[in-house]
Design a binder for this molecule. Structure first.
Ligand SMILES: Nc1ncnc2c1ncn2[C@@H]1O[C@H](COP(=O)(O)OP(=O)(O)O)[C@@H](O)[C@H]1O
Ligand SMILES: N[C@@H](CC(=O)OP(=O)(O)O)C(=O)O
Length: 422
């Protein structure tokens, strides 16, 4: 039997009717049995659902935003389907369910669980629309609710995978279907052991594709993007980028760790462990080879630039005339872990620990609250963290033109700079 192939289509590849028609063309000659299609929410739908949530949290009116989101999906459907198509009542139905959920009470304390009940509607809507469109184009495909496959713990918004149960679900529920038909499902969403919806972290649909691949012993995963493949920098930010034809799993994992957003950071590990190749290809030029990420004996080291925006630099100074010791670092990490915050950069001096973290709703105030008893705390928001892997030192000054550098860290293979626009 041929091995399963997995295609993942992200928000940009399903952002409007033309994009969905293009997706269908990509699939037309490639589709076969043992084929899983994973889709994300359309365009910026997840951000819009986050806006709905914050309006609800602040007790503000959200009905207009919800109406705009519904109209966005209906307009795409009007361009793809005849008026009487079943998709229209289905969309109505999803919005009734969404409002039913939004009518429930929300607070800071149940926010994460509430978030996961709401945010997955983007994927549910897009997967229905794409599935119906593919069927209307003569491609018979089964729709699968990913929450029946992706089993997680109850760590809402950042749920961790229960690999044993997920594998069991995939083998017992998905595999028999795949022997007959291609299956389309949602990225990003799962459910805990009691069936409550969970999500895998923003941009987690790439990770879903990798989880399904590992659980099905798949032959390959292809993620379709609006770029030619993995480049040595984000082409939306940097000029003159170079395409990697191939990358070793480790190189790719390192790039994603520092924030190369083209692939979700958790995607590489399950694929590397199972030796499943990952292809990153352009949905705009689907016949181009893109980037193949697999096990390589020899790797190329060209300068690679990664920029993370919305960073916060927190400086923690000891107040009792001691010097920084392991116990201080331990304390800081313990608080960060409790708040599910990752350190993007750490620097210590005699009396100060400096950490760089992503800006996240509520998190900074909670962190400051927890640490103010042990440290004198200062922070700077609105910063950028620039990481250069395999730096060519001549190019660095140009990257700092017009910026103020707050901290900098150099190793032989990596430079990290926290900068702010002057
Ligand atoms: N090193 C890189 N190579 C290619 N694209 C990159 C890189 N770093 C960041 N990107 C950005 O990743 C984007 C594609 O990822 P993403 O927006 O998450 O896709 P989708 O949501 O459609 O799956 C590109 O449009 C590009 O701006
Ligand atoms: N829709 C979710 C999950 C996701 O992975 O999306 P995308 O594939 O468009 O990055 C998000 O925006 O976070």
């Amino acid at each position: 039997m041929t091995k399963t192939q997995i295609y993942k289509f992200g928000g940009a590849s399903v952002k409007d009717a033309l994009a969905i028609q293009n997706l269908a063309e990509i699939l037309r000659n490639r589709l076969r049995n043992n084929f899983v299609i994973v889709v994300s929410a359309m365009g910026k739908t997840t951000n819009q659902l986050e806006t709905l949530l914050s309006l609800k949290l602040n007790g503000q009116e959200y009905s207009e935003n919800s109406a705009i989101l519904k109209e966005f999906h209906l307009e795409i459907c009007r361009a793809l389907f005849p008026d009487e198509h079943v998709i229209f009542p289905k969309i109505e139905n999803y919005f009734i369910l969404l409002h039913h959920e939004l009518n429930k009470p929300i607070s800071k304390h149940n926010y994460d669980e509430y978030y996961d009940r709401i945010i997955g509607f983007g994927e549910l809507l897009s997967s229905r629309i794409v599935m119906e469109f593919l069927c209307s184009q003569g491609m018979l495909i089964l729709w699968q609710d990913a929450r029946e496959l992706i089993s997680t713990d109850s760590d809402f918004r950042f749920a961790k995978i229960d690999w044993v149960r997920t594998r069991r679900n995939c083998q017992s529920q998905l595999k028999p279907k795949l022997e007959q038909f291609p299956v389309l499902t949602q990225g990003f969403i799962g459910a805990d052991s009691t069936g409550r919806p969970t999500t895998l972290g923003r941009e987690g649909s790439d990770f879903t594709a990798a989880i399904l691949a590992a659980s099905l012993d798949a032959g390959s995963v292809t993620i379709w993007k609006d770029v030619p493949g993995v480049l040595n920098a984000d082409p939306k930010i940097f000029k003159d980028t170079t395409l990697f034809q191939e990358l070793d799993y480790e190189q790719a994992a390192q790039m994603t760790f520092y924030g190369a957003s083209v692939i979700h950071p958790k995607t590489i590990k399950p694929l590397a462990n199972a030796g499943i190749p990952l292809f990153v290809k352009s949905f705009l030029n689907p016949n181009e080879s893109g980037t193949k990420i697999h096990s390589l004996a020899k790797t190329e080291s060209i300068p690679t630039f990664i920029l993370k925006k919305d960073q916060i630099l927190v400086s923690l100074k000891v107040t009792d005339f001691t010097f920084i010791e392991e116990k201080h670092i331990h304390l800081v990490y313990e608080q960060l872990q409790g708040l599910k915050l990752r350190v993007n950069m750490l620097q210590t001096s005699a009396i100060t620990i400096s950490i760089v973290i992503d800006s996240q709703l509520f998190k900074l105030e909670q962190l400051l609250e927890h640490l103010k008893g042990d440290f004198e705390v200062r922070y700077n928001e609105g910063l950028e963290l620039l990481t250069v892997l395999h730096p060519d030192h001549d190019t660095i000054p140009a990257l700092l033109d017009g910026f103020e550098v707050l901290i900098e860290q150099n190793t032989r293979n990596t430079i990290q700079i926290v900068r702010r626009v002057k």
